[in-house]
Design a protein around this ligand. Sequence first.
Ligand code: FES
Length: 88
Amino acid sequence: MNNKVISSSSVFSDRTILVCQGRCCRKDGSKQLLMAFESQTPPDVQIIPCGCLGQCGNGPNIVILPEKKLYQRVSAKDVSLLFLANKH
Ligand code: FES
């Protein structure tokens, strides 16, 4: 897994990341995932905790907007890789 930290906001700007905090995803570690996003996210990217995304059992789940990309079974160690995979 790539642990490179993205420090430039220009590679992933104007996005919103919904991080499911529903009961099933919380059981699978979404609270820790939310904290990882909040600590590594550039200032022009919005992190929003949300309710169940209807994908229980495959969590923790996130959705990246505006593309509406769903990622499942995301862990805190995947955060920097997600920024790389979704850069402009
Ligand atoms: S609790 Fe996260 S998808 Fe249902």
